[in-house]
Design a protein around this ligand. Sequence first.
Ligand code: TYM
Length: 335
Amino acid sequence: MVTKPRLYSGMQPSADSLQIGNYIGALMQWRDLQQTYDAFFSVVDLHALTQPNDPAELRAKTRRTAAQYIAAGIEPSRSTLYVQSHVRAHAELAWILSTLTGFGEAGRMTQFKDKSQRYGAEATSVGLFTYPVLMAADILLYQTDIVPVGDDQKQHVELTRTLAERFNARYGETFHVPMPVIQQDTARIYDLQNPTSKMSKSAESDAGVLWLLDDPKVSAKKIMRAVTDSEGSVRYDRENKPGVSNLLVIYAALTGRQIPAIEDEYAGRGYGDFKKGLAEVVVAEFGPVRERALELLDDPAELDRVLATNAARADAVADRTLADVYDKMGLLRRV
Ligand code: TYM
């Protein structure tokens, strides 16, 4: 039997809906790659605990995130789609890897530096500091070959590689060393109101974020109000025209067209026409995804059942890796 190479990726259930950056930067790749890879996709609820959460809301957001994966085309019969906390090995391997991670090494993670600066030392948890170590555990448990992510996760995947290599060197060949896969053109989708900042689920203002589960009319309005410039020509120029360039990237990603062809189509026409065109594209893409996600959420028991079946599949793989790790490190086997 030829085994397929393995893929791992995940998203935090940190909002009621995913945003279009998650969709273009990650989900679209996941959907394609699941055809050729043995893919594992998790909803990383343990990671989401690094922010304050209302328990009932966290449960709801976890289901909503899983429903959006499926609605966007992840097939739970083909790919292993599960909730991180359902597989206990994640927390256990994270502990093991934390003993191999340098304090300074973890402190150099850009996301940690940004967030801890924003929150202040007292409000920054140790969990936020060790967040990338848990992410490394996610990836390494499954002997992963590739990790498709947006560009903000690259440094975390690099740390994962370092930890895998360090473990292998100390204790013998145990982990596959994974490669990040980042789609250069769409690795970073920017906020519509602030097109030099990354679009984010935790953005301060809602006006610049396109949510997958938003009413399509609301998304269309946000596009019509997106920040552009005074030049008036639809042309890609990241430096000088970040707003228009971001809209062009979104347009191209969702239609599979090349940016120059879109520039040609809108040559000599104003931003109003271009935005209207993009709004139509976005509504056509997300309308059905939203409907399907809401349908799935109408039957939470069925969704929970799918997640449980998949968690059992994940458990089997993860337990094998963890047992090997414990053995290699000299932890006494329970007989
Ligand atoms: P998260 O939940 O922040 O984002 C999920 C995925 O979406 C990508 N992304 C973007 N891509 C392009 N433009 C944007 N504006 C944008 N915003 C987000 C992210 O790069 C990511 O691929 N730590 C991870 C979750 C995680 C994980 C893992 C990922 C936990 N364990 C193991 C891969 C493998 C995170 O917080 O992603």
